[in-house]
Write a protein that binds this ligand. Structure first.
Ligand SMILES: NC(=O)c1ccc[n+]([C@@H]2O[C@H](COP(=O)([O-])OP(=O)(O)OC[C@H]3O[C@@H](n4cnc5c(N)ncnc54)[C@H](O)[C@@H]3O)[C@@H](O)[C@H]2O)c1
Ligand SMILES: [Zn+2]
Length: 375
């Protein structure tokens, strides 16, 4: 019996599969071979992932009769900048690719966004395959086709919508991921339950700890359900033209403000900020009388139990800071998702009943932030 699951993302004429399960790093070549326009790939990975998985992926291509070369870039968000991007384009061109060459992104969301963007413009567009190696990349950034880099004006402001030909998500590679990174990705998993799938949230409450501890079947299920949820929402609103895709930003208005305040650094990872932000979004929903207080309590209890930061005062280890509600609101206004100065929030009428609103009373918001800061 195969422990592998496949999710098909069906986006207007560009459908592709996400294959999920254990041991897939050694099967990337076999799974991709029939999709390649020519037996030639260039694997892009980072300095942390390369020593762990690069040779295995390259060997899997060799076994499938595909010539594979590799390019290693520095790990971290710094690689998603113009200069490193230009350097990558030149290093790709050094290897004399043609329009039938396929790029393979082996790494987290940074490598995925960077390589996807490179593929969309290299020789006016070559195919690419994603081998996401963080939980966040497996459940979020590898679905939906957004690629891009950062500028001094903000994150992801230069990029393309460009779908991969295939995504291969190996649940085993999560074993080498630092625990904090794993947990940060888990916040985005739980998010899909909170958005519109109360049964999946129940499942997360039961099984979240096992997912984090390494249960391969449960990891596969969690990633499958997450990809299905994101694919469903993205397919209905591929280019973010309606409010539907905005539901994916549950917890992100609060989270973005916390990240901005902590400098988008190691004090608070994106997924950690989203975890805290989702709890705050449910607390605000409860405070506004929209959502039962017991549901907000459940959100806090589960996310806190798996180890996500639930109290602002616990954020930043030794670099604890003084939080200020007005500053957090100012960060929310600076978010590119704030339309015409109006703050956009994803609130909820209960678990799995989220909705988009731009009508949040600022006094209630400020009071909620003051309570969160004092907690
Ligand atoms: N395109 C989208 O729709 C989308 C969605 C969400 C996030 N993103 C982007 O994703 C990026 C964040 O992605 P991320 O959280 O995966 O960060 P990341 O790519 O920086 O990976 C986190 C760290 O883990 C290391 N790592 C990766 N896989 C590993 C493994 N298996 N074992 C050990 N170490 C491993 C990496 O080298 C890195 O140091 C951001 O740039 C964000 O903008 C994009
Ligand atoms: Zn996110």
């Amino acid at each position: 019996m195969s422990a592998t699951r496949t999710v098909t993302v069906d986006l207007a004429g560009r459908a592709y599969d996400i294959v999920i399960g254990p041991g897939l790093v050694d099967r990337v070549g076999e799974l991709s071979a029939k999709l390649l326009k020519a037996p030639r790939v260039i694997v892009v990975t980072d300095e942390t992932v390369a020593p762990l998985y690069k040779d295995r992926v390259v060997a899997s291509f060799a076994k499938a009769g595909v010539k594979a070369q590799a390019i290693v870039v520095p790990a971290g968000e710094g690689s998603k900048q113009f200069a490193p991007f230009g350097e990558l384009m030149n290093r790709l061109l050094d290897r004399q690719p043609d329009r039938k060459t396929t790029l393979v992104a082996l790494g987290g969301g940074v490598v995925g966004d960077l390589t996807g963007f490179a593929a969309s413009v290299l020789l006016r567009g070559v195919d690419f395959i994603q081998v996401p190696t963080t939980l966040l990349a497996q459940v979020d950034s590898s679905v939906g086709g957004k690629t891009g880099i950062n500028t001094r004006h903000g994150k992801n402001l230069v990029g393309t919508f460009y779908q991969p030909r295939l995504v291969v998500a190996d649940t085993d590679v999560l074993d080498t991921l630092p625990k904090r990174e794993l947990l940060a990705g888990y916040a985005e998993v739980a998010k899909y339950g909170l958005i519109d799938d109360p049964a999946f949230w129940d499942w997360c409450e039961e099984n979240g700890a096992a997912v984090l501890a390494g249960d391969a079947a449960k990891r596969t299920y969690a990633i499958e359900q997450s990809c299905l949820a994101k694919a469903r929402i993205v397919a209905a609103d591929e280019r973010e033209t309606t409010d539907l895709r905005a539901l994916l930003n549950l917890g992100h208005t609060f989270g973005h403000a916390l990240e901005a305040e902590t400098g988008f650094g190691a004090d608070l990872l994106h997924g950690e900020a989203v975890g805290t932000g989702m709890a705050m979004a449910f607390d605000l929903s409860a405070a506004l009388g929209l959502c039962p207080a017991a549901d907000a309590e459940r959100v806090r209890r589960h996310l806190g139990a798996v180890g996500l930061p639930m109290r602002l005062r616990s954020i930043g280890g030794d670099n604890r800071r003084t939080w200020d509600a007005a500053k957090l609101i100012a960060h929310m206004r600076g978010d590119k998702k704030a339309e015409g100065g109006k703050l956009t929030f994803i609130l909820a009428r209960g678990i799995g009943k989220s909705f988009v609103t731009r009508e949040v009373d600022e006094k209630a918001l400020s009071a909620l932030l003051d309570r969160a800061i004092a907690a």
